[in-house]
Design a protein around this ligand. Sequence first.
Ligand SMILES: *Cc1c(COP(=O)(O)O)cnc(C)c1O
Length: 329
Amino acid sequence: MKKKLSLGFFPTPLYELKNLSKQFEGYRILIKRDDHNGVATGGNKIRKLEYLLQDAFDQGCNTVITAGAQQSNHCRLTAAACAQTGLKCHLLLGGEEPEEYNGNLLLSGLLGAKIHFTGNHRKGEDIPVLAERLKKQGNKPYIIPYGGSNKIGALGYANAVLEIREQLKAANLSIDYIVFASSSGGTHAGLLAGCELYQVDSKIIGINIDKDETQGKTLEEIIRELVPGVLEFQNRKPGPDQPDIRLIRDYDKGGYGIVTEQERKAIKTLAETEGILLDPVYTARAFYGMMDLMEKKLLMPGSNVLFLHTGGIPATFCYAKDLLSLCRG
Ligand SMILES: *Cc1c(COP(=O)(O)O)cnc(C)c1O
């Protein structure tokens, strides 16, 4: 067992969406609120950061560097976690500095991160240069990869499976599917490893968000490489079977961060039936995918389906124009 810090409030709530379930005959729909973990508006990166920042302390680091888009939830939560634990935080964000700060960028700034705008270098290309400079100034930097998705970060979601298992046991429930937004692979790999470690037989269904590859690798390849690493931390040898990677690519056609009718429909449905907000980039796309799979009966009728809400709410405010039609409708 690897040690971890405690950054969020866990367990996060898990409960049935009773109103929504009535609209999808034959399904019982539940939600796991990882958007509700109490850190700077919440989100899935906190579970990863509990392990990553523990590792940073174990290595005697005093500064964290990570990279992402200007509206990166991962960067916002890294800034919050560093503030909580007294680490310095440097964020490398693609593009030029905007005139006004909004959404996650605004929050990252408020949380005290030092923000560097890196122009065309959008995926952390400038990290080594910054790390060198910080070292020369006497710091010991810890580098967190894109999305916090290495095998240490992914441990957070292996651990989440244990938490879910306990909650289901207490409620005398079982779950056939866990559906969620998959993007840099850490959440997906962690859930797969967790199901193997803790003997949970739910099917893990990632809805692909970004149709582009990362550094020439498909998301399936990234996940396949991460799972054995997570198992090894728990002293478990990967079994002979390949992990059952189910990544659905039918809903990413608009491209990353583009709001389409799908996302609007998902936001409206969950907001108006249950009073729960979805973010326009990740969770709305994944939630639409889940609704569509149920409508087409591609999830087994009669099953219990758990939607993992991974957060992302601050980005909503950057998409006000795309969402206005829902308000005036
Ligand atoms: C990062 C993120 C995801 C995707 O998680 P990965 O582990 O990167 O695949 C999903 N939803 C939200 C809101 C996120 O910020």
